[in-house]
Design a protein around this ligand. Structure first.
Ligand code: ZN
Length: 254
């Protein structure tokens, strides 16, 4: 087996690992989205709840003020009845009217605040209902994630063991290059050679589609050395069918 063949075994294992984990990653992303939305709803609910409590406290203060003014009005009425002169009567009446106007204004404010508290409480209840719905979706997503993780766990373990074995068979330098290219290309360290035109001996890289000189194809055919795509640097390999094809052609020629 050439180094390229050994790397290809490694690459196939990596692709299987990627395939398995991509499903779990999708489930994880979905779960995390649900979790974020739930947290958002909860903080909106808490904010609305706090606001409702603050407005309720304001309304209570206003109602206390109204009671205080009621007592004051009572007192002024008594003083009016006991007034000794028209002048005194008129002075108390003026004050009474001012206090009454204040009372009116503050009571209106209190009623408005209580109305706001009611609508805030409705809002809290609405968010609460949304949270309940979202929590159901969230819990299903969590179960799904756990299930997916459980399903691939043993297969993933097996593939990882096989990967260690496959990597052990490859020289350290080639592994280092492979890992570097994998990091650079989203796991795609290798690319197959594609035959564009047999008669004209035109070949290209299956990943970047740029031309691969026929000399590199010959190198891979003879299994003499590794070959990199001149453009994207991925490690090139000959797909099984193409190699068989070449073998048949060579056999036909001899
Ligand atoms: Zn390429």
């Amino acid at each position: 087996m050439s180094i390229t063949d050994k790397l290809l075994s490694l690459y196939r294992i990596d692709q299987q690992i990627q395939g398995l984990t991509s499903r779990v990653n999708a489930a994880r992303r979905y779960y995390e989205t649900q979790q974020r939305q739930l947290t958002d709803l909860e903080s909106r609910r808490n904010a609305a709840h706090t606001q409702a409590r603050q407005i309720a406290a304001t309304a209570a203060n206003l109602e206390t003020d109204v009671k205080g003014l009621d007592a004051r009005i009572e007192e002024l009425r008594k003083r009016m009845n006991e007034a000794q002169s028209a002048k005194e009567y008129k002075a108390v009446l003026t004050e009474l009217n001012t206090v009454k106007a204040d009372r009116e204004r503050i009571e209106t404010e209190a009623i408005e605040s209580l109305g706001k508290v009611d609508s805030m409480n409705v809002q809290v209840a609405e968010i609460e209902a949304e949270i309940e719905q979202r929590r159901k979706v969230h819990d299903v997503a969590a179960q799904q994630l756990e299930k997916e993780q459980g399903e691939i766990a043993s297969r993933l373990e097996e593939l990882k063991t096989r990967r260690v074995e496959a990597a052990r068979a490859v020289p350290a330098e080639a592994i280092a290059e492979f890992e570097l290219l994998a990091r650079r290309n989203d796991g795609e360290a290798m690319a197959e050679i594609v035959e564009e035109d047999r008669r004209r001996q035109e070949y290209c890289c299956g990943a970047c589609n740029m031309t691969v000189p026929v000399e590199l194809v010959s190198v891979l055919l003879s299994r003499a050395a590794m070959a990199n795509c001149p453009s994207c640097r991925r490690i090139l390999y000959l797909p099984e069918e193409l190699r068989d094809d070449f073998d048949r052609r060579l056999a036909g020629r001899s």
